[in-house]
Design a protein around this ligand. Structure first.
Ligand code: FAD
Length: 475
């Protein structure tokens, strides 16, 4: 008997009062009973629209049917055929625009909580699984992957499962890309990411950290001197944008990426950490996307009063609705229709030569009004006459988007890119150079985990075809 409730089983969460004092995960996950009850809301439609919304085509109704029967390990096996990072995707995928956005139960109520069920199944497996995955037989071919974010991990996983000898080269000291340095612990615990990466290592994938391709060694060297037959570039889009307003070089101005990296990778929230982030009391985050919400919610947990400064209105905020709601619950103040024009230095009148005078002492802003729509279809913000005012802050975090780092392009002759730095690829992820593939944010600019994973899978298929066809020609 299907469960005809019009609403999802609610997700148990930490209360806002409790969670702003810690970095622990906000959403606590379904119990077995809640998962089975939610799974029974799925109608197992003939026309599986939810699957059309999933970029990696997980057999969603099939895994949900197994959950409804209480066969959680079988559900996990079904998900694993399409996704190498289910505990991650169950937590951070924007399901409302993907699988859940297509669910027929969403027409007259809330869709089935597909993301929450995926998370439940992956967590169940990670807690209870006894047996290590079978190591595939090696086929004798070597592939190098640049970057250990979701694009690189998913490409590595698919190739390793087919017997390739895969090595990931990662610039940072910890693998995972944005999953470890960007998305905060309270949305995606780092041991969840580690567990998924450990699964890849068990498949035989090697991960070499602290290697910046383009500096430590080049793609050409990887192929010519180290014998990799193909390379996948999954180097992401980690280069931050700034506003180019006066004062952006003051102490206390961060890009959201730097701020989040300090907190997530350098654990600035721990008392023994030596980063200076702990001392800020009034923080402005400039921008209105998901990254801005993450930075603001981290700053709030560090004890600061936090403002989101955004030049359009609440309706135009690009962040996920759920993220905005969480930020509001946590006491973050939204200064919408507001735009910074200058970051002001702190002036110690008693001691004008004090080094503290190079720190942020406030932010000059103007109010905005929404005019006629621009090329993007959104109403263009225009400055309201005589609205200049000063926001009293000691830290400014710029969250205005990112673009791909030009390092790989500048060190790889003939690699074609867009004017903004995105690597140009065909529908299979092949770049302008033979044997070199790319995918994820390095190609699309900042996007989503699941799209990066989808691109990694597509390229893995193409790399397999490429190497096997070369082998056949050689045989
Ligand atoms: C703060 C934040 C929050 C986000 N939240 C969400 C969310 O909730 N849901 C969602 O779907 N998406 C979210 N995203 C977007 C998502 O994380 C990215 O789209 C996704 O991680 C892109 O994957 P990728 O593998 O292409 O790149 P990345 O995850 O950026 O990984 C690239 C890796 O390559 C490494 N690298 C770069 N250059 C080199 C080099 N020259 N040599 C060696 N290694 C190199 C980097 O160090 C990095 O580890 C968020 C992004 C940010 C910044």
């Amino acid at each position: 008997m299907p469960n005809m409730s019009l609403v999802k089983n609610p997700m148990p969460t930490q209360s806002p009062e409790e969670r702003i004092k810690n970095f622990n995960e906000v959403a606590l996950g379904y119990t077995e009973e809640q998962a089975i009850d939610e799974a029974k809301r799925c109608l197992n439609c003939k026309n599986k629209m939810c699957m059309n919304g999933c970029p990696v085509k997980i057999a969603i109704p099939d895994f949900i049917a197994k959950v409804a029967e209480g066969k959680f390990e079988e559900a996990y096996e079904i998900i694993l055929k399409s996704s190498s990072l289910p505990a991650v995707c169950g937590r951070v995928c924007p399901q409302e625009n993907q699988c859940e956005g297509r669910c027929v139960r969403g027409i007259k109520g809330e869709p089935v909580a597909i993301g929450r069920l995926e998370r439940f199944v992956a967590d169940y497996h990670n807690k209870n699984a006894q047996k290590a995955p079978m190591k595939p037989l090696k086929n004798g071919h070597r592939v190098a992957i640049i970057g250990s974010g979701p694009a690189g991990l998913s490409c590595a996983s698919d190739l390793a499962k087919r017997g390739y000898d895969v090595t990931i080269f990662e610039a940072l000291h910890t693998p995972g890309g944005v999953l470890v340095y960007g998305i905060p612990e309270f949305r995606l615990p780092k041991d969840v990411v580690k567990k998924e990466i450990d699964g890849l290592k068990e498949l035989g994938v090697k991960i070499n950290t602290n290697i910046v391709v383009g500096k430590t060694l080049s793609i050409e060297e990887l192929m010519r001197e180290y014998g990799y037959e193909a390379v996948f570039i999954g180097s992401g889009a980690g280069l931050p944008k700034f506003m180019r307003i006066p004062g952006e070089n003051l102490k206390g101005v961060f890009s959201a990426n730097e701020y989040l990296t300090r907190i997530n990778l350098m654990k600035a929230y721990k008392a023994e950490s030596d980063t200076p982030i702990m001392s800020y009391t009034r923080v402005a985050v400039v921008g209105g996307g998901n990254v801005a919400m993450d930075a603001a919610r981290c700053a709030r947990r560090m004890g600061a009063e936090v403002y989101i400064v955004y030049r359009r209105g609440m309706e135009e905020l690009p962040a996920r609705k759920e993220e905005v709601e969480h930020a509001i619950e946590e006491g973050i103040i939204f200064k919408t229709l507001t735009n910074p024009v200058e970051i002001l230095p702190y002036i110690d009148k008693e001691n004008p030569r004090s080094p503290g005078n190079m720190s942020v002492g406030g932010m000059k802003c103007v109010e905005m009004e929404l005019g006629a729509p621009d090329e993007s279809g959104r109403r263009r913000p225009v400055v309201k006459e005589g609205s200049e005012h000063i926001l009293d802050v000691d830290c400014v975090i710029m969250s205005l988007g990112t673009s791909p780092n030009p390092l790989i392009k500048s060190t790889t002759e003939g690699l074609a890119t867009e004017y903004w730095g995105g690597i140009i690829v065909d529908e299979n992820g092949l770049t302008s150079k033979e044997g070199i593939y790319a995918g994820g944010d390095a190609v699309t600019g900042a996007a989503t985990v699941i799209l990066a994973m989808g691109a990694g899978k597509t390229a893995a298929n193409a790399i397999d075809d490429y190497i096997q066809s070369k082998k056949r020609a050689f045989d």
